[in-house]
Design a protein around this ligand. Structure first.
Ligand code: ARG
Length: 484
């Protein structure tokens, strides 16, 4: 909504000048010391509700825990406590049923929930803000949001991993050229290539799990910045909210956003991985590579060129990595040089977090769909494997097995490749006599080395592309990710 709409709405609803029946002559959470109304332009500019409404559920959950603690510590009476909790639970139900609506004229989500509570339970609502400031409240809300986001992100990462594993299992016999410098290097199993991404995603999931430890630290009780003179019980609130730790320094508690920066950092890393997978698939789907075919369901067309089938989804994911990396950089720049403790600059934190989380869930979800629609093109792969110089390393290792130092073997096969190339031939076209002109250590079995399938089967090291190694990896991933 534009600033102008906001101003008009404020005028219509009179939200900025309402006199209520509760002895508080405004709808703000502050204002007692103000003699003039806030300029509506300032109100519009400082409002964050259009972004932070996403925190509504968490705001209420945090408030319920806070109210219960106030009652338990006898800071408010048991009746007031019950009224507050019941009122908040009713608001929570509205939110969970999807019936809650953001009020664009509220300053922020905390203010809107407070106003709703006042309408539901009357003046007892004014006791909820005891020993609490929006500074510790907003940090708690964001932490609760991040905690759920991490759980959801880990789930969708797992879903994508399983799709990759299922496809890898189906394509265990497919050999493709592996690349370095984007030049054909050595044959690898297609499944091995896919499992490389499963490994990357697993590290992303582990990093998420690690951030969770720093997300689940209770800031509530820091109040505005210095703590409170009231006899609160922070450990009780932490227990109610399932936070294993409470913030040890009130100044740090209200100004720390490391956990959110870290989360975006992890998502930036995740996007780097997704963008690399997207790029591999974009290349594979080109006419030039011809390794996969884009399914109609996940491809897009051109408004001008009737023949085109484009990988827009993959390109958007590749580009989205720039967006998330930008968010990390933007967020760190907002934080940089901020004096302690809370500053309103921190209000910008939420758009970085929400956008990064929502975009990541979208990208992972659509990529899973893409993997489910993957089609390999055997004829395209066969074409890529026609040139058999990718088996050159196998010839060199063959000579090593027959006693030649690797450096010499490398030299011999290098000369052999140059010779074959000038003859316009392939390695498998050479006769034993021709091979033996380069090294007497070549014998009859060497004639069968220039075969990509044999090449993967010759590998033996742990973690290599040997079919048995890939089968083992698949088995372990299935077990690890709870697949049948
Ligand atoms: N909307 C604010 C934010 O997101 C809430 C905290 C306001 N605190 C304050 N001292 N003005 O940061």
């Amino acid at each position: 909504m534009s600033l102008v709409c906001f101003l008009l709405q404020s005028l219509v609803t009179g939200h900025w000048s309402l006199a209520t029946d509760m002895g508080i002559s405004h709808t703000k959470l502050w204002g007692g010391r103000f003699r003039k109304q806030t300029d509506p332009l300032v109100e519009g500019y400082t409002s964050s509700i259009r972004v932070d409404y996403r925190l509504a559920r968490y705001d209420v959950i945090g408030s319920i825990a806070h109210a219960k603690m106030l009652g338990r510590c006898q800071i408010i009476g048991p009746k007031d406590c019950r009224k507050l909790v019941r009122g908040l639970e009713r608001i929570l139900r509205t939110i969970e049923q999807g019936d809650w609506q953001m009020d664009p004229s509220a300053e922020d989500v905390h203010t809107q929930i407070q106003q709703q509570l006042e309408r539901r339970v009357g003046s007892v609502a004014h006791k909820l803000h005891t020993a609490r400031s929006r500074n510790d409240q907003v940090s708690l809300d964001l932490r609760l949001y991040c905690r759920d986001a991490v759980i959801q992100l880990a789930q969708v990462i797992g879903i994508l991993q399983r799709a990759l594993i299922r496809f890898a299992a189906k394509s265990q016999k497919i050999v493709i050229p592996g690349y370095t410098h984007l030049q054909r290097a050595q044959p690898v199993l297609f499944a091995h290539h896919l499992l490389a991404y499963v490994e990357m995603l697993q590290r992303d999931a582990q990093r998420l799990e690690d951030v969770q430890r720093r997300i689940q630290v209770l800031p509530l009780g820091a109040a505005a910045l210095a703590g409170t003179s009231l006899p609160i019980d922070r450990h009780y609130v932490a227990k109610l909210l399932g936070f294993p730790r409470i913030a040890a320094n009130s100044l740090d508690a209200v100004s720390d956003r490391d956990f959110a920066c870290e989360l975006i950092g992890v998502l930036a890393g995740l996007h780097v991985h997704l963008s690399r997978f997207a790029q591999d698939c974009i290349l594979w789907a080109t006419e030039e590579f011809g390794l996969i075919r884009l399914d109609d369901a996940i491809a897009t067309g051109s408004s001008l060129m009737p023949q085109k089938k484009n990988p827009d989804v993959l390109e958007l994911i590749r580009g989205q990595a720039g967006l998330i990396i930008g968010n990390l950089s933007g967020f760190l720049t907002v934080m940089k040089g901020l004096p302690l403790s809370y500053n309103r600059d921190l209000q910008w934190d939420k758009r970085f977090v929400f956008e990064s989380v929502e975009a990541s869930v979208d990208a992972l979800t659509v990529l899973e769909r893409f993997v489910c629609h993957l089609n390999v093109r055997p004829e395209g792969i066969a074409h890529l494997l026609e040139s058999d110089f990718i088996c050159a390393t196998d010839l060199a290792e063959y000579l090593v097995e027959r006693g030649l130092a690797f450096r010499q073997a490398h030299e011999v096969v290098g000369r052999l490749v140059a010779f074959t190339e000038t003859q316009g031939k392939r390695l498998k076209d050479l006769s034993l006599a021709q091979l033996r002109r380069f090294s007497k250590r070549f014998d009859e079995p060497a004639l069968r080395l220039a075969d990509p399938y044999r090449s993967v089967e010759r590998k033996r090291s742990f973690g290599s592309t040997h079919p048995a190694q890939v089968r083992r990896a698949l088995r372990q991933w299935r077990l690890r990710l709870g697949m049948r």
